[in-house]
Every structure is written in structure tokens, then in C-alpha cells.
Design a protein around this ligand. Structure first.
Ligand SMILES: [Zn+2]
Ligand SMILES: [Zn+2]
Length: 175
């Protein structure tokens, strides 16, 4: 299958950045956790924080752009046993779809913010745990993106279980 820049947009490097954006964001989260325990000198703290925020925003934009278009890297990485893998990813698919519901997403985002103010060592530990849930959410999003044609919630609200079946014979698109 051939892809042109117009199918996806941007240069090859930007497309690859979008494909890897979720992994890069996981790296940022790990870096943030490390900086919480080993903070940089006060003279560079603001610069480091600003650089991380800017990098997160650029990764987020690249990831959204990636998710809206065709990606040759995703297609090339599609496993032969995609249906079986999708059947094992039902919980991750469910997490992704739950995250798109405001009644769950808003409290989660509020928790991400409020946990920054949790005092003491237990508060810091709680902060780390909440940050790690972000990594899991990103991994869920990556799994869902790659196996979306087999996601039961994308094709009938979850009541019609498509996991374990091959959707390609009925001419569904990969994205
Ligand atoms: Zn991709
Ligand atoms: Zn889905």
C-alpha cells in the first residue's frame, strides 16, 4: 500500500514523530517523576519545566494529527494475529472509550491536577501513582489505534462483540 504526504500531512520526520508521540509522552512522564525526586537547580528549573510543557504540547499535536490520518508505520506494524490480540485488549479498549466520556474524563483530569497539592511523602507517592496511570492510558490509546478495526466499542457500542473476528472481509478501513 502506498502513502503520499497528502494522505497524512507533513514530512516523513513529522509523520514518524506522530507515530512515536505516545511513546515520547510516556518518556516525558517518567522524566517528570524523576524530576520530582531529583529536582534540577533552581536556576534551571523554570527552563526545564517550560521545555517539557512545550515538548508535551508538540507531541500532543503530532499525536492528534497521526490519529486522524493514515500511518504507514501503523499499517506495517499490524500483526497477523490482530483479531486475537484485540480480544486480549478488551479492557484497554474500554479504558479508551471511557476516557472519551466527560463524566469520567473530567474527574480524572481534576485528580491529575489536585494530586499536585497532596502533602507529604504519601502525597508524593500518590502523585507518582496517578502519573503512572497516564502512561497506562497512553498505552491503551496506542493499542486501540493499532487495533481499532477490531474494537467492539467502535462498531456497535460494545454490545456487539467484534473482538476475535476479522473485520477486513466486510471492507472496513484501518483508520
Ligand atoms: Zn502510526
Ligand atoms: Zn474503539
Amino acid at each position: 500500500m502506498q502513502f503520499s504526504a497528502a494522505d497524512y500531512g507533513g514530512s516523513r520526520a513529522l509523520r514518524l514523530w506522530g507515530h512515536l508521540a505516545a511513546d515520547l509522552l510516556c518518556g516525558v512522564i517518567v522524566t517528570m517523576i524523576a524530576l520530582r525526586f531529583y529536582p534540577p537547580p533552581p536556576t534551571t528549573a523554570l527552563t526545564v519545566s517550560a521545555a517539557l510543557v512545550a515538548f508535551v504540547l508538540m507531541c500532543w499535536v503530532a499525536m492528534r494529527r497521526h490519529d486522524r490520518g493514515l500511518c504507514e508505520h501503523c499499517v506495517a506494524a499490524l500483526p497477523l494475529d490482530a483479531a486475537e490480540r484485540a480480544a486480549r485488549c478488551r479492557f484497554r479498549f474500554r479504558v479508551v472509550h471511557a476516557g472519551s466520556e466527560a463524566r469520567l474524563a473530567v474527574p480524572y483530569l481534576a485528580t491529575l491536577v489536585l494530586v499536585n497539592f497532596a502533602p507529604g511523602e504519601w502525597g508524593r507517592l500518590l502523585w507518582v501513582v496517578v502519573q503512572l496511570t497516564l502512561i497506562y492510558a497512553l498505552r491503551c490509546a496506542v493499542a486501540h489505534r493499532r487495533l481499532q478495526p477490531w474494537c467492539p466499542w467502535c462498531s456497535g457500542g460494545g454490545d456487539k462483540d467484534r473482538a476475535g473476528t476479522d473485520p477486513l472481509p466486510d471492507h472496513r478501513q484501518l483508520v
